[in-house]
Design a protein around this ligand. Structure first.
Ligand SMILES: Cc1cc2nc3c(=O)[nH]c(=O)nc-3n(C[C@H](O)[C@H](O)[C@H](O)COP(=O)(O)O)c2cc1C
Ligand code: SF4
Ligand code: SF4
Length: 434
Protein backbone atom coordinates (compact mmCIF):
# COMPACT_ATOMS: atom_id res chain seq x y z
CA UNK A 1 0.00 0.00 0.00
CA UNK A 2 1.45 3.36 -1.10
CA UNK A 3 2.60 5.73 1.61
CA UNK A 4 1.18 9.16 0.76
CA UNK A 5 2.77 10.96 3.68
CA UNK A 6 4.40 14.20 2.69
CA UNK A 7 7.35 16.01 4.19
CA UNK A 8 7.63 19.38 2.50
CA UNK A 9 10.40 21.54 4.02
CA UNK A 10 10.06 19.47 7.18
CA UNK A 11 6.33 20.25 7.30
CA UNK A 12 4.64 16.91 7.69
CA UNK A 13 1.17 16.08 6.41
CA UNK A 14 -0.64 12.77 5.91
CA UNK A 15 -0.92 13.38 2.18
CA UNK A 16 0.42 15.91 -0.35
CA UNK A 17 -2.97 17.60 -0.88
CA UNK A 18 -3.12 21.06 0.69
CA UNK A 19 -5.85 23.62 0.21
CA UNK A 20 -4.46 26.80 -1.34
CA UNK A 21 -4.88 30.19 0.27
CA UNK A 22 -8.40 31.23 -0.78
CA UNK A 23 -12.02 31.10 0.49
CA UNK A 24 -11.79 27.39 1.47
CA UNK A 25 -9.13 28.33 4.07
CA UNK A 26 -10.63 31.62 5.19
CA UNK A 27 -11.71 30.58 8.68
CA UNK A 28 -11.62 27.90 11.34
CA UNK A 29 -14.99 26.41 10.37
CA UNK A 30 -13.88 25.77 6.81
CA UNK A 31 -10.44 24.48 7.72
CA UNK A 32 -11.80 22.06 10.31
CA UNK A 33 -14.34 20.75 7.79
CA UNK A 34 -11.47 20.34 5.31
CA UNK A 35 -9.34 18.41 7.78
CA UNK A 36 -12.28 16.19 8.66
CA UNK A 37 -12.68 15.45 4.95
CA UNK A 38 -9.01 14.38 4.79
CA UNK A 39 -6.97 17.31 3.44
CA UNK A 40 -3.32 17.03 4.37
CA UNK A 41 -2.83 20.73 4.99
CA UNK A 42 -3.96 24.26 4.32
CA UNK A 43 -2.45 27.57 3.42
CA UNK A 44 -4.62 29.98 5.38
CA UNK A 45 -6.35 32.72 3.39
CA UNK A 46 -3.91 35.64 3.06
CA UNK A 47 -3.63 37.85 6.13
CA UNK A 48 -2.76 41.54 5.95
CA UNK A 49 -2.06 44.17 8.59
CA UNK A 50 -3.86 47.43 9.25
CA UNK A 51 -7.61 47.83 8.84
CA UNK A 52 -9.44 44.79 7.47
CA UNK A 53 -9.79 44.76 3.70
CA UNK A 54 -13.15 45.66 2.18
CA UNK A 55 -14.45 43.35 -0.54
CA UNK A 56 -17.13 44.12 -3.11
CA UNK A 57 -20.58 42.85 -2.20
CA UNK A 58 -21.53 42.38 -5.83
CA UNK A 59 -20.66 39.21 -7.73
CA UNK A 60 -17.02 38.22 -7.21
CA UNK A 61 -16.69 35.36 -9.64
CA UNK A 62 -16.75 34.77 -13.36
CA UNK A 63 -16.65 31.32 -14.95
CA UNK A 64 -16.17 29.51 -18.22
CA UNK A 65 -18.16 26.30 -18.60
CA UNK A 66 -17.89 23.45 -21.05
CA UNK A 67 -21.00 22.67 -23.06
CA UNK A 68 -22.02 20.15 -20.38
CA UNK A 69 -21.82 22.93 -17.71
CA UNK A 70 -18.62 21.66 -16.16
CA UNK A 71 -16.52 24.48 -14.79
CA UNK A 72 -13.33 24.86 -16.78
CA UNK A 73 -12.07 28.24 -15.62
CA UNK A 74 -12.90 30.51 -12.70
CA UNK A 75 -12.01 34.12 -12.13
CA UNK A 76 -12.41 36.27 -9.07
CA UNK A 77 -12.15 39.89 -8.03
CA UNK A 78 -11.83 39.02 -4.36
CA UNK A 79 -9.06 40.42 -2.16
CA UNK A 80 -7.19 39.00 0.83
CA UNK A 81 -9.04 38.18 4.05
CA UNK A 82 -11.59 40.75 5.15
CA UNK A 83 -11.61 39.39 8.72
CA UNK A 84 -9.66 41.02 11.55
CA UNK A 85 -6.07 39.81 11.92
CA UNK A 86 -6.46 38.99 15.60
CA UNK A 87 -9.43 36.68 14.98
CA UNK A 88 -7.55 34.86 12.23
CA UNK A 89 -4.48 34.42 14.43
CA UNK A 90 -6.55 33.01 17.31
CA UNK A 91 -8.24 30.56 14.98
CA UNK A 92 -4.96 29.47 13.38
CA UNK A 93 -3.47 28.74 16.81
CA UNK A 94 -6.51 26.74 17.87
CA UNK A 95 -6.71 24.75 14.65
CA UNK A 96 -3.00 23.91 14.69
CA UNK A 97 -3.23 22.71 18.30
CA UNK A 98 -6.24 20.53 17.55
CA UNK A 99 -4.92 19.17 14.23
CA UNK A 100 -1.24 18.80 14.91
CA UNK A 101 -0.76 16.12 12.24
CA UNK A 102 -1.92 18.52 9.47
CA UNK A 103 0.08 21.25 7.80
CA UNK A 104 -1.02 24.79 8.61
CA UNK A 105 0.85 27.41 6.62
CA UNK A 106 -0.17 31.07 6.78
CA UNK A 107 -0.27 33.31 3.72
CA UNK A 108 0.82 36.90 4.22
CA UNK A 109 0.69 40.16 2.33
CA UNK A 110 1.70 43.44 3.95
CA UNK A 111 3.16 46.69 2.62
CA UNK A 112 6.70 46.56 1.31
CA UNK A 113 8.42 47.80 4.50
CA UNK A 114 10.71 45.62 6.61
CA UNK A 115 8.96 46.64 9.82
CA UNK A 116 5.55 45.50 8.57
CA UNK A 117 6.95 42.09 7.66
CA UNK A 118 8.90 41.76 10.91
CA UNK A 119 5.82 42.64 12.98
CA UNK A 120 3.40 40.28 11.30
CA UNK A 121 5.88 37.42 11.26
CA UNK A 122 6.33 37.73 15.01
CA UNK A 123 2.59 37.54 15.56
CA UNK A 124 2.13 34.64 13.15
CA UNK A 125 4.97 32.71 14.78
CA UNK A 126 3.07 32.81 18.06
CA UNK A 127 0.33 30.69 16.50
CA UNK A 128 2.84 27.81 16.17
CA UNK A 129 1.83 27.29 12.59
CA UNK A 130 4.18 25.36 10.29
CA UNK A 131 5.35 28.09 7.94
CA UNK A 132 4.44 31.15 5.95
CA UNK A 133 3.68 31.74 2.31
CA UNK A 134 4.40 35.20 0.94
CA UNK A 135 1.63 36.26 -1.39
CA UNK A 136 3.45 38.09 -4.17
CA UNK A 137 0.81 37.08 -6.62
CA UNK A 138 -2.58 38.72 -6.13
CA UNK A 139 -3.21 40.34 -9.53
CA UNK A 140 -5.96 42.80 -8.62
CA UNK A 141 -6.91 45.20 -5.85
CA UNK A 142 -3.80 44.68 -3.75
CA UNK A 143 -1.24 45.18 -6.52
CA UNK A 144 -2.54 48.70 -7.07
CA UNK A 145 -1.63 49.31 -3.40
CA UNK A 146 1.98 48.19 -3.97
CA UNK A 147 1.48 44.61 -2.73
CA UNK A 148 0.85 41.18 -4.28
CA UNK A 149 1.77 41.06 -7.96
CA UNK A 150 3.33 44.54 -7.69
CA UNK A 151 6.10 42.85 -5.69
CA UNK A 152 5.97 39.56 -7.59
CA UNK A 153 6.61 41.27 -10.91
CA UNK A 154 9.87 42.83 -9.74
CA UNK A 155 12.54 40.22 -8.95
CA UNK A 156 14.58 42.69 -6.84
CA UNK A 157 11.59 43.27 -4.55
CA UNK A 158 10.98 39.54 -4.23
CA UNK A 159 14.55 38.99 -3.19
CA UNK A 160 14.47 41.90 -0.75
CA UNK A 161 11.23 40.93 0.99
CA UNK A 162 12.18 37.26 1.11
CA UNK A 163 15.47 38.19 2.75
CA UNK A 164 13.63 40.29 5.36
CA UNK A 165 11.33 37.39 6.11
CA UNK A 166 14.16 34.91 6.47
CA UNK A 167 15.84 37.38 8.82
CA UNK A 168 12.78 37.83 10.99
CA UNK A 169 11.44 34.31 11.32
CA UNK A 170 12.66 30.79 11.94
CA UNK A 171 9.60 29.38 10.14
CA UNK A 172 9.96 27.97 6.60
CA UNK A 173 9.26 30.67 4.02
CA UNK A 174 7.44 29.74 0.82
CA UNK A 175 7.30 32.43 -1.87
CA UNK A 176 4.12 32.31 -3.95
CA UNK A 177 4.77 33.45 -7.50
CA UNK A 178 2.56 35.31 -9.91
CA UNK A 179 2.26 33.91 -13.44
CA UNK A 180 1.68 37.44 -14.75
CA UNK A 181 5.27 37.85 -15.91
CA UNK A 182 7.23 37.02 -19.05
CA UNK A 183 9.57 34.37 -17.66
CA UNK A 184 8.87 32.60 -14.37
CA UNK A 185 12.54 31.74 -13.89
CA UNK A 186 13.46 35.30 -12.92
CA UNK A 187 11.13 35.64 -9.93
CA UNK A 188 11.96 32.06 -8.88
CA UNK A 189 15.69 32.85 -8.96
CA UNK A 190 15.07 36.01 -6.97
CA UNK A 191 13.17 34.07 -4.31
CA UNK A 192 16.02 31.55 -4.18
CA UNK A 193 18.61 34.32 -3.83
CA UNK A 194 16.59 35.89 -1.04
CA UNK A 195 16.78 32.59 0.85
CA UNK A 196 13.28 31.18 0.22
CA UNK A 197 12.83 27.63 1.42
CA UNK A 198 10.45 26.95 -1.47
CA UNK A 199 8.30 28.55 -4.11
CA UNK A 200 4.64 27.88 -4.74
CA UNK A 201 2.94 28.59 -8.05
CA UNK A 202 0.82 29.70 -9.69
CA UNK A 203 -1.33 32.43 -8.30
CA UNK A 204 -4.14 33.55 -10.60
CA UNK A 205 -3.78 34.91 -14.13
CA UNK A 206 -5.00 38.41 -14.91
CA UNK A 207 -8.09 38.04 -17.04
CA UNK A 208 -11.43 39.33 -18.28
CA UNK A 209 -13.79 36.40 -18.62
CA UNK A 210 -16.32 37.80 -21.04
CA UNK A 211 -18.42 40.88 -21.84
CA UNK A 212 -22.05 41.23 -20.86
CA UNK A 213 -23.31 42.53 -24.21
CA UNK A 214 -26.63 43.75 -22.80
CA UNK A 215 -24.95 45.95 -20.22
CA UNK A 216 -21.86 46.44 -22.43
CA UNK A 217 -19.61 45.78 -19.47
CA UNK A 218 -16.88 43.29 -18.57
CA UNK A 219 -18.41 40.40 -16.60
CA UNK A 220 -19.05 39.87 -13.70
CA UNK A 221 -20.85 43.19 -13.60
CA UNK A 222 -20.86 45.17 -10.37
CA UNK A 223 -23.37 48.00 -10.63
CA UNK A 224 -22.71 48.57 -14.31
CA UNK A 225 -18.92 48.07 -14.23
CA UNK A 226 -16.51 45.16 -14.40
CA UNK A 227 -12.81 44.72 -13.80
CA UNK A 228 -10.02 42.24 -14.49
CA UNK A 229 -9.76 39.36 -12.07
CA UNK A 230 -7.60 36.35 -11.32
CA UNK A 231 -8.09 33.26 -13.50
CA UNK A 232 -7.67 29.72 -12.14
CA UNK A 233 -9.15 26.23 -12.39
CA UNK A 234 -8.57 23.35 -14.83
CA UNK A 235 -7.90 25.72 -17.74
CA UNK A 236 -4.74 27.12 -16.16
CA UNK A 237 -3.08 23.82 -15.32
CA UNK A 238 -1.04 23.52 -18.53
CA UNK A 239 0.40 26.99 -17.99
CA UNK A 240 1.27 26.23 -14.38
CA UNK A 241 2.72 22.81 -15.24
CA UNK A 242 5.07 24.39 -17.74
CA UNK A 243 6.16 27.00 -15.21
CA UNK A 244 6.78 24.34 -12.57
CA UNK A 245 8.95 22.44 -15.05
CA UNK A 246 10.84 25.61 -16.02
CA UNK A 247 11.86 26.15 -12.41
CA UNK A 248 12.73 22.47 -11.99
CA UNK A 249 15.02 22.55 -15.03
CA UNK A 250 16.72 25.85 -14.38
CA UNK A 251 20.32 25.47 -13.23
CA UNK A 252 19.85 28.09 -10.49
CA UNK A 253 16.61 26.77 -9.03
CA UNK A 254 16.56 23.06 -9.81
CA UNK A 255 16.88 22.09 -6.15
CA UNK A 256 14.36 24.63 -4.92
CA UNK A 257 11.31 22.80 -3.51
CA UNK A 258 8.05 23.55 -5.32
CA UNK A 259 4.48 23.49 -4.10
CA UNK A 260 2.44 23.25 -7.31
CA UNK A 261 -0.86 25.08 -7.72
CA UNK A 262 -3.20 25.50 -10.64
CA UNK A 263 -6.18 23.46 -11.75
CA UNK A 264 -5.57 20.37 -9.62
CA UNK A 265 -8.91 18.58 -9.82
CA UNK A 266 -7.99 14.90 -9.89
CA UNK A 267 -5.20 12.63 -8.60
CA UNK A 268 -3.79 12.67 -12.14
CA UNK A 269 -3.26 16.44 -12.03
CA UNK A 270 -1.35 16.02 -8.79
CA UNK A 271 0.70 13.15 -10.21
CA UNK A 272 1.56 15.28 -13.24
CA UNK A 273 2.92 18.06 -11.05
CA UNK A 274 4.85 15.64 -8.85
CA UNK A 275 6.33 13.89 -11.90
CA UNK A 276 7.46 17.33 -13.06
CA UNK A 277 9.21 18.00 -9.77
CA UNK A 278 6.65 19.36 -7.28
CA UNK A 279 6.93 18.25 -3.66
CA UNK A 280 3.21 18.67 -3.01
CA UNK A 281 0.14 20.34 -4.54
CA UNK A 282 -2.33 22.98 -3.48
CA UNK A 283 -5.96 23.12 -4.56
CA UNK A 284 -8.54 25.88 -4.65
CA UNK A 285 -11.01 25.80 -7.55
CA UNK A 286 -11.73 22.06 -7.34
CA UNK A 287 -12.71 22.44 -3.68
CA UNK A 288 -14.84 25.48 -4.54
CA UNK A 289 -16.53 23.53 -7.33
CA UNK A 290 -17.06 20.10 -5.79
CA UNK A 291 -16.62 20.58 -2.03
CA UNK A 292 -14.00 19.22 0.34
CA UNK A 293 -14.81 15.54 -0.16
CA UNK A 294 -13.14 15.61 -3.55
CA UNK A 295 -9.90 14.96 -1.68
CA UNK A 296 -11.06 11.38 -1.07
CA UNK A 297 -10.91 10.71 -4.83
CA UNK A 298 -7.53 12.41 -5.05
CA UNK A 299 -6.11 10.29 -2.23
CA UNK A 300 -7.47 6.96 -3.47
CA UNK A 301 -6.56 7.70 -7.10
CA UNK A 302 -2.98 8.65 -6.28
CA UNK A 303 -2.64 5.68 -3.97
CA UNK A 304 -3.92 3.26 -6.66
CA UNK A 305 -1.60 4.75 -9.26
CA UNK A 306 1.41 4.41 -6.97
CA UNK A 307 0.49 0.81 -6.10
CA UNK A 308 0.11 -0.08 -9.76
CA UNK A 309 3.49 1.42 -10.63
CA UNK A 310 5.27 0.15 -7.53
CA UNK A 311 6.04 3.58 -6.11
CA UNK A 312 6.08 3.38 -2.34
CA UNK A 313 6.43 7.08 -1.56
CA UNK A 314 5.88 10.37 -3.35
CA UNK A 315 9.66 10.79 -3.61
CA UNK A 316 9.85 7.56 -5.66
CA UNK A 317 8.32 9.25 -8.70
CA UNK A 318 8.94 12.92 -8.01
CA UNK A 319 10.63 14.70 -10.94
CA UNK A 320 10.90 11.48 -12.98
CA UNK A 321 9.39 13.16 -16.05
CA UNK A 322 11.64 16.22 -15.89
CA UNK A 323 14.62 14.72 -17.77
CA UNK A 324 12.21 13.76 -20.57
CA UNK A 325 11.55 17.38 -21.31
CA UNK A 326 13.50 18.28 -24.45
CA UNK A 327 13.74 21.54 -26.33
CA UNK A 328 12.06 21.30 -29.73
CA UNK A 329 15.32 21.03 -31.65
CA UNK A 330 16.12 17.81 -29.82
CA UNK A 331 12.92 15.97 -30.71
CA UNK A 332 13.39 12.92 -32.93
CA UNK A 333 12.40 13.93 -36.47
CA UNK A 334 12.57 10.29 -37.62
CA UNK A 335 9.85 9.14 -35.24
CA UNK A 336 6.73 8.47 -37.35
CA UNK A 337 3.16 7.79 -36.21
CA UNK A 338 0.04 7.39 -38.33
CA UNK A 339 -3.58 7.63 -37.29
CA UNK A 340 -5.52 4.38 -37.25
CA UNK A 341 -9.32 4.16 -37.07
CA UNK A 342 -10.99 1.24 -35.29
CA UNK A 343 -13.87 0.53 -37.68
CA UNK A 344 -15.78 -1.37 -35.00
CA UNK A 345 -15.85 1.68 -32.72
CA UNK A 346 -16.39 4.30 -35.43
CA UNK A 347 -19.91 5.81 -35.49
CA UNK A 348 -19.29 7.52 -38.85
CA UNK A 349 -19.87 11.00 -37.49
CA UNK A 350 -17.36 12.39 -39.97
CA UNK A 351 -15.66 14.86 -37.65
CA UNK A 352 -12.18 13.45 -38.24
CA UNK A 353 -12.62 13.74 -42.01
CA UNK A 354 -13.92 17.29 -41.72
CA UNK A 355 -11.03 18.63 -39.63
CA UNK A 356 -8.33 16.78 -41.51
CA UNK A 357 -9.82 17.93 -44.80
CA UNK A 358 -10.21 21.58 -43.77
CA UNK A 359 -7.29 22.18 -41.46
CA UNK A 360 -4.77 19.36 -41.76
CA UNK A 361 -3.61 17.08 -44.60
CA UNK A 362 -6.70 15.67 -46.35
CA UNK A 363 -5.72 12.25 -45.01
CA UNK A 364 -9.10 10.73 -44.09
CA UNK A 365 -11.67 9.45 -46.54
CA UNK A 366 -15.40 9.93 -46.18
CA UNK A 367 -16.41 7.52 -48.96
CA UNK A 368 -14.96 4.15 -49.89
CA UNK A 369 -16.46 2.23 -52.81
CA UNK A 370 -19.47 4.51 -52.83
CA UNK A 371 -20.17 3.96 -49.10
CA UNK A 372 -19.70 6.36 -46.14
CA UNK A 373 -16.47 5.14 -44.58
CA UNK A 374 -13.63 6.81 -42.76
CA UNK A 375 -10.17 5.44 -43.41
CA UNK A 376 -6.74 6.98 -42.99
CA UNK A 377 -4.63 7.52 -46.11
CA UNK A 378 -1.10 6.74 -44.90
CA UNK A 379 0.37 8.48 -47.93
CA UNK A 380 -1.05 11.82 -46.67
CA UNK A 381 -1.13 11.42 -42.87
CA UNK A 382 1.53 13.43 -41.00
CA UNK A 383 0.53 11.97 -37.62
CA UNK A 384 -0.58 15.32 -36.17
CA UNK A 385 -3.30 13.59 -34.04
CA UNK A 386 -5.93 16.31 -34.56
CA UNK A 387 -8.43 13.66 -35.68
CA UNK A 388 -7.87 11.63 -32.49
CA UNK A 389 -8.47 14.77 -30.44
CA UNK A 390 -11.79 15.65 -32.09
CA UNK A 391 -13.16 12.10 -32.40
CA UNK A 392 -16.06 11.78 -29.92
CA UNK A 393 -15.37 8.09 -29.28
CA UNK A 394 -12.56 7.31 -26.90
CA UNK A 395 -9.78 5.14 -28.37
CA UNK A 396 -11.52 4.96 -31.74
CA UNK A 397 -8.59 6.72 -33.37
CA UNK A 398 -5.17 5.73 -32.10
CA UNK A 399 -1.78 6.97 -33.17
CA UNK A 400 0.38 4.02 -34.15
CA UNK A 401 4.16 4.16 -34.11
CA UNK A 402 5.45 2.90 -37.47
CA UNK A 403 8.57 0.73 -37.30
CA UNK A 404 8.56 -1.53 -40.36
CA UNK A 405 8.54 -0.67 -44.06
CA UNK A 406 8.59 2.67 -45.82
CA UNK A 407 6.54 5.80 -45.23
CA UNK A 408 4.43 6.26 -48.40
CA UNK A 409 4.28 10.00 -47.64
CA UNK A 410 8.03 10.64 -47.60
CA UNK A 411 9.57 7.53 -49.15
CA UNK A 412 11.85 7.11 -46.12
CA UNK A 413 12.19 3.89 -44.11
CA UNK A 414 10.31 3.98 -40.82
CA UNK A 415 13.20 2.62 -38.80
CA UNK A 416 15.69 5.42 -39.40
CA UNK A 417 17.73 6.18 -36.27
CA UNK A 418 17.15 9.17 -33.99
CA UNK A 419 18.04 12.45 -35.67
CA UNK A 420 17.01 15.95 -34.65
CA UNK A 421 16.95 19.44 -36.09
CA UNK A 422 20.47 20.29 -34.95
CA UNK A 423 21.87 17.93 -37.61
CA UNK A 424 19.09 18.16 -40.21
CA UNK A 425 20.25 18.97 -43.77
CA UNK A 426 17.65 21.78 -44.01
CA UNK A 427 19.04 23.52 -40.94
CA UNK A 428 21.44 26.27 -42.00
CA UNK A 429 22.86 26.25 -38.46
CA UNK A 430 23.84 22.59 -38.84
CA UNK A 431 25.97 23.43 -41.89
CA UNK A 432 27.61 26.49 -40.39
CA UNK A 433 28.76 24.34 -37.48
CA UNK A 434 30.57 21.96 -39.85
C1 LIG B 1 -11.78 33.33 -4.88
C2 LIG B 1 -10.31 33.17 -4.80
C3 LIG B 1 -9.61 33.86 -3.83
C4 LIG B 1 -8.22 33.71 -3.75
N1 LIG B 1 -7.56 34.35 -2.76
C5 LIG B 1 -6.22 34.16 -2.62
C6 LIG B 1 -5.52 34.73 -1.54
O1 LIG B 1 -6.09 35.40 -0.68
N2 LIG B 1 -4.19 34.52 -1.48
C7 LIG B 1 -3.51 33.78 -2.38
O2 LIG B 1 -2.29 33.61 -2.27
N3 LIG B 1 -4.16 33.21 -3.41
C8 LIG B 1 -5.49 33.38 -3.55
N4 LIG B 1 -6.16 32.75 -4.57
C9 LIG B 1 -5.40 31.93 -5.55
C10 LIG B 1 -5.37 30.46 -5.15
O3 LIG B 1 -4.73 30.24 -3.93
C11 LIG B 1 -4.64 29.63 -6.24
O4 LIG B 1 -3.31 30.10 -6.36
C12 LIG B 1 -5.31 29.72 -7.60
O5 LIG B 1 -6.70 29.73 -7.46
C13 LIG B 1 -4.91 28.56 -8.52
O6 LIG B 1 -5.32 27.31 -8.01
P1 LIG B 1 -6.65 26.55 -8.55
O7 LIG B 1 -6.54 26.46 -10.03
O8 LIG B 1 -6.64 25.24 -7.83
O9 LIG B 1 -7.80 27.41 -8.14
C14 LIG B 1 -7.54 32.88 -4.67
C15 LIG B 1 -8.26 32.18 -5.62
C16 LIG B 1 -9.64 32.31 -5.70
C17 LIG B 1 -10.41 31.53 -6.72
S1 SF4 C 1 -3.24 12.48 -37.78
FE1 SF4 C 1 -3.54 14.50 -38.71
S2 SF4 C 1 -2.97 14.21 -40.83
FE2 SF4 C 1 -3.28 12.17 -39.99
S3 SF4 C 1 -5.37 11.69 -40.41
FE3 SF4 C 1 -5.36 12.60 -38.40
S4 SF4 C 1 -5.74 14.78 -38.72
FE4 SF4 C 1 -5.18 13.89 -40.70
S1 SF4 D 1 -14.42 11.16 -35.68
FE1 SF4 D 1 -14.21 9.11 -34.88
S2 SF4 D 1 -16.28 8.30 -34.83
FE2 SF4 D 1 -16.33 10.10 -36.13
S3 SF4 D 1 -16.00 9.28 -38.17
FE3 SF4 D 1 -14.00 9.81 -37.39
S4 SF4 D 1 -13.23 7.94 -36.47
FE4 SF4 D 1 -15.42 7.69 -36.78
Amino acid sequence: MADLRSNFLGIKSPNPFWLASAPPTDRETNVVRAFKAGWGGVVWKTLGDGDPIVNVSGPRYGAIHSSDRRLIGLNNVELITDRPLEINLQEIKKVKREWSDRAVVVSLMVPCEEKNWADILKRVEETECDGVELNFGCPHGMSERGMGAAVGQVPDYIEMVTRWCKKHTRMPVIVKLTPNITDIRFPARAAHKGGADAVSLINTITSIMTVDLDQMSPWPVIDGQGTHGGYCGPAVKPIALNMVSQIGRDAETRNLPISAIGGVTTWKDAADYIAMGAGNVQVCTAAMTYGFKIVEEMISGLSNFMDEKGYQTIEDFRALALPKFAEWQHLNLNYVVKASIDQDLCISCGRCHQVCEDTSHQAITNMVDGKRKFEVKDEECVGCNLCAIVCPIQDCITMVHQTKGTDPRTGFAYDRPYANWTTHPNNPGAHSAE
